[in-house]
Design a protein. Structure first.
Length: 225
């Protein structure tokens, strides 16, 4: 009789390319590697609707500015990209009724690094995919340092701004620092912060008791390959 014994698992398994092959038969999507995760930074300005009282109306006045939010936590930027991580922009989209300027700031308080991500006229819809691959690797290819990121929208039009701005990014592990299993979520109703699992999407605020939703893109990550 053959002997059996436990074997320590190493690596991430044999690459499975069936998903990529099948993807050619369906609409395009994003399938990330095991060491990557999807990040979205966005902002919306809406007039509000009495049929949806829990949706908070908001606008951006002429001459005003505002940072985007992390869709996974509802936290306003700036945020910190920790040591061992890189962040790369892969797509961006704008649809607004006023003229806007969009700028990104990486470590701007220390080094003054800023990049224009677009100047958009009111009434135009803009989408760019893998056009401006702005990345922290431009300044720190080995991810040896933490970096602060802020993305701001400036209303340079003559009236209140309505519409939306979104930035799609990929965060990647460089080294052995794992992704966090928790996140700090911010209530849009009372700004209360609380720790939730990374997979959480429907949050009950422990401050005001209201519910809100955040995103979870962990399911887009591949387990092998």
């Amino acid at each position: 009789m053959a002997k059996t014994f436990p074997v320590e698992q190493r690596g991430i398994g044999k690459p499975d390319y069936t998903r990529e092959i099948f993807a050619g038969k369906e609409r395009a999507g994003i399938a990330l590697k095991y060491n990557q995760q999807f990040r979205v930074f966005a902002a919306d300005w809406i007039t509000g609707d009495p049929d949806y009282p829990l949706v908070i109306p908001e606008t951006l006045a002429s001459g005003a500015k505002r940072s985007l939010r992390d869709s996974d936590t509802n936290e306003l930027l700036p945020i910190t990209i920790p040591v061992g991580r890189t962040l790369t922009f892969i797509a961006m989209g704008y649809a607004v009724n006023q003229d806007i300027l969009v700028y990104s700031y990486i470590d701007a308080l220390i080094l003054g690094v800023s990049t224009s991500l677009g100047a958009v006229g009111g009434g135009q819809a803009v989408y760019e995919n893998k056009v401006r691959e702005l990345s922290t690797t431009w300044y720190d290819p080995t991810a040896a340092l933490p970096h602060t990121l802020d993305i701001r929208v400036y209303n340079v039009g003559g009236g209140d701004l309505y519409g939306g701005v979104g930035m799609l990014c990929v965060e990647e592990i460089v080294g052995t620092v794992p992704f966090s299993t928790t996140k700090e979520c911010v209530c849009p109703h009372c700004d209360h912060k609380q720790t939730e699992p990374t997979s959480a999407t429907r949050i009950t605020c422990k401050g005001c008791g209201k519910e809100y939703m955040v995103t979870n893109f962990a399911s887009l990550r591949q387990l092998g390959g």
